[in-house]
Every structure is written in structure tokens, then in C-alpha cells.
Design a protein around this ligand. Structure first.
Ligand code: LRH
Ligand code: MN
Ligand code: MN
Length: 389
């Protein structure tokens, strides 16, 4: 296989997971600008996700968020999974949610009250039941737990409580299932977050075992953090389970992946390629909200941005880079990386799409499809994603 053929093959087999909540209305805490035609049910979210996959060819799975995508019972989830399959999709990561109930004011699995901890654990275990019904491999855990004031609760005891809950969930996993632990620097807790960084997540996952992996949400770091270093390290330790891709300018902005800093996304994807992470062992998810822009084309654009970063990463001339690095030629090594980054990969990706039987420009194809007009006409009273409002 020629080098270009190998790059194309890798791009064809790439899979980017879209989040159900990106299809619904969302906003900031100041205002939700509702858009006409947004999905009213999880089923309709899948209808929209099918459009994204139809035009990009690389977005075959959809992440659910429970309870935002709650259906009646476990049979309902199995039906939802069948519905997805009928549309050429599969249900992906199940995202748990222990951050929106009144009871969770002082935390969920780290709460001082054992009754609240039991309730939170009950939800996490219910999510594994849902994974059994949907056939999902991964459970994603993000905890809003933390404290706002020094002395508010005992930092170490909270780690013990966290560990206890994580172990209980781990025990419940089937042999083919995994749990993914997501960290976030701050928010909603402002003094001490219980899983604030990759190190904390990694330490817990290491103790749990091989089915526990870390999620890197690109919006969850302090400004200036070298995220690609974290990616390289986690891959090296076989502990990188997934990405939540999005862009940030300030905090957890959840803007379109690759919009704020495409160079950072390229550097991350380079480490993924370098570390052999471009496989199904790493779930490449988007975790974003589209507050003011049209949602479906924004999701398509985000998928394309991840593809472009991946294509550039795949184009890095490994031999030339290695030679320059071995010789200690700083400028030459940097130039090899920059050459790949500065390549316009849009024609290559258009070609890949055409070879897959797709239109070369997915956004234009979506606009021409009439789907946007159809959903506005047919769907009245769309739902809120449940996040950021
Ligand atoms: C938390 C987070 C986490 C949630 C999602 C909606 O900030 O990144 O992944 O599940 O947002
Ligand atoms: Mn996230
Ligand atoms: Mn987030």
C-alpha cells in the first residue's frame, strides 16, 4: 500500500461519536436560544445523528446521557438500539448523570450522607443495566463532586468514598464492558474537585483494573495545559479510554471541536497516531453544545475538523521526523511537523468521501438535502438538552 493509500484507509475507518445532547437545545446559564425543529425525543435525536453519519460516513455511533435520554424501561433502550441500527447507527457510550438532583448539592458518590451515596451508585449501576440493553461497551463517569470552601469536607475521606463507588461499579461490569473516568479541573465545585485531573483519574483507574480507563475532555484543563502530553502518557500506559472533543477559549466552553485551536487538535491527533491509538480501543467522542449556531451542520463541521486534524497527523513524515530528532536538529524536526500541519487536506478528504460514495462537501450536501426545512415543519416544541441552561 502506498503512503497515501494507507492514510486514506485510516481516514475511511475512523469513527467519531456524536453526543445526543448536541442535537437538543442548550445555552449558557443566561439564556437558552431555542431553535425550531430540534428533536423532541431520543428517537428524533437519532434521526438527526443519522443525517450526520449519512453525509460524513464516519459518525456511526451516538452517545446517550441518562436521564436526558431516558426511555420507559430496559426494553425501551433495547428498542432504541434497534431503531439506531435501522438507521445505520449504533448506540455508543452511556453517560451517567449524578449532577442534577437536589440531593447532590454536596456531592454524589463523595457526599457525606451514605443515603445520597447509595442513590448515586444506584444510578451508575442502572447505567450498566442500560448498557446491557443497548449493547454499549462504555460507561462514562463524570462527577461534579467537590467542595467550595476549605474545611467544608475532608478531602481524603471523599477519595475513599469515590474509590468505594468506583469499585462497586467496576465489579458490576461485564467482561466486554469498560468504565471511563472523566476529570475536570473545576466547576461546579470551585475550591476542590474530587476528580480534578488526569493523575487522580489515572490513580483510580490503575487500582480498578484494565477495564477502567481515563477520558480526556479537551475543555477540562487549565489554560496552557499541554494536553497532547497527557494523551501520549495515557496511551503509553494503556489507560486512554476516550476523548470528549470540544473547543474552549476560557473554561468549559463546549464549542465546536477544532474551532478555537486547530493546531492543538492536530498535536493531540499526532500523539494518538504516534501512540497507536487510532483504534476502537479509544472512543473519539464529541462533547459539545451548539447554543447559537445550527446544530446538525455544526456537528458535521466538528466531525470534519477532527478528520482534518487526523489527516494532517497521518501525513507527518515519521522517518524524516525521527532522523531530525536523532540528529538533534530542532528546526528540521519542528519543520516536519509543521509541514504536515500546513498541508491543505481538504482535497484529500473530499477524495476519500467520493471513494466512499459520499458527496465531497458534507455541509453543502446536508443543506441541499432539505432535512433542516423538514424538521422545522414537522417538529414543534423541541426539547432542551438539559445541560448549560
Ligand atoms: C462535564 C461534561 C461531562 C458531562 C457533559 C455533559 O462538564 O464534560 O462529560 O457528561 O459535560
Ligand atoms: Mn465531557
Ligand atoms: Mn465538560
Amino acid at each position: 500500500m502506498t503512503a497515501v493509500a494507507a492514510v486514506k484507509a485510516a481516514l475511511r475507518s475512523q469513527a467519531i461519536e456524536t453526543p445526543s445532547w448536541a442535537y437538543g437545545n442548550s445555552g449558557t446559564r443566561f439564556k437558552v436560544f431555542a431553535q425550531p425543529g430540534v428533536p423532541r425525543t431520543p428517537w428524533e435525536k437519532l434521526d438527526d445523528a443519522a443525517r450526520v453519519h449519512e453525509h460524513t460516513g464516519v459518525a456511526p455511533t451516538v452517545a446517550l446521557h441518562i436521564p436526558w435520554d431516558r426511555v420507559e424501561d430496559l426494553e425501551g433502550y433495547a428498542e432504541l438500539s434497534e431503531y439506531a441500527q435501522e438507521r445505520g447507527l449504533r448506540l455508543g457510550v452511556i453517560n451517567s448523570n449524578v449532577f442534577q438532583d437536589e440531593d447532590y448539592k454536596l456531592g454524589s458518590v463523595c457526599h457525606p450522607d451514605p443515603a445520597v451515596r447509595r442513590k448515586a451508585l444506584g444510578h451508575l449501576l442502572e447505567c450498566v443495566d442500560i448498557m446491557d440493553a443497548t449493547g454499549s461497551r462504555d460507561l462514562k463517569l463524570w462527577f461534579s463532586d467537590g467542595t467550595n470552601y476549605p474545611g467544608q469536607d475532608d478531602i481524603r475521606t471523599r477519595q475513599d468514598r469515590l474509590s468505594e463507588a468506583l469499585h462497586a461499579v467496576y465489579e458490576r461490569l461485564g467482561t466486554d464492558q469498560r468504565m471511563l473516568l472523566e476529570y475536570k479541573l473545576f466547576e461546579p465545585a470551585f475550591y476542590a474537585t474530587d476528580v480534578p485531573d488526569w493523575g487522580t483519574a489515572y490513580a483510580h483507574c490503575l487500582k480498578l483494573g484494565p477495564q477502567a480507563k481515563v477520558v480526556v475532555d479537551t475543555g477540562h484543563h487549565a489554560p496552557g495545559t499541554n494536553i497532547e502530553f497527557i494523551v501520549a502518557l495515557l496511551l503509553r500506559e494503556q489507560k486512554l479510554g476516550a476523548f470528549d472533543f470540544n473547543s474552549r477559549f476560557y473554561a468549559d466552553d463546549d464549542l465546536m471541536a477544532g474551532a478555537a485551536d486547530p493546531f492543538q487538535l492536530f498535536r493531540i491527533m499526532y500523539e494518538v497516531v504516534r501512540g497507536g491509538g487510532l483504534t476502537s480501543e479509544v472512543a473519539f467522542m464529541l462533547d459539545q453544545c451548539h447554543n447559537i449556531e445550527a446544530k446538525i451542520p455544526a456537528i458535521i463541521r466538528s466531525v470534519m475538523n477532527v478528520q482534518e486534524a487526523t489527516a494532517k497527523a497521518l501525513l507527518v513524515d515519521g522517518d524524516a521526523l525521527h532522523a531530525a530528532q536523532s540528529e538533534g536538529d530542532v528546526l528540521a524536526a519542528n519543520a516536519v511537523l509543521m509541514d504536515a500541519y500546513n498541508t491543505d487536506v481538504r482535497p484529500l478528504l473530499a477524495q476519500v468521501r467520493e471513494e466512499m460514495g459520499l458527496a465531497p462537501d458534507p455541509v453543502a450536501a446536508y443543506k441541499a438535502s432539505g432535512w433542516a426545512e423538514k424538521i422545522v415543519a414537522e417538529r414543534v416544541g423541541g426539547t432542551q438538552a438539559g445541560w448549560g441552561a
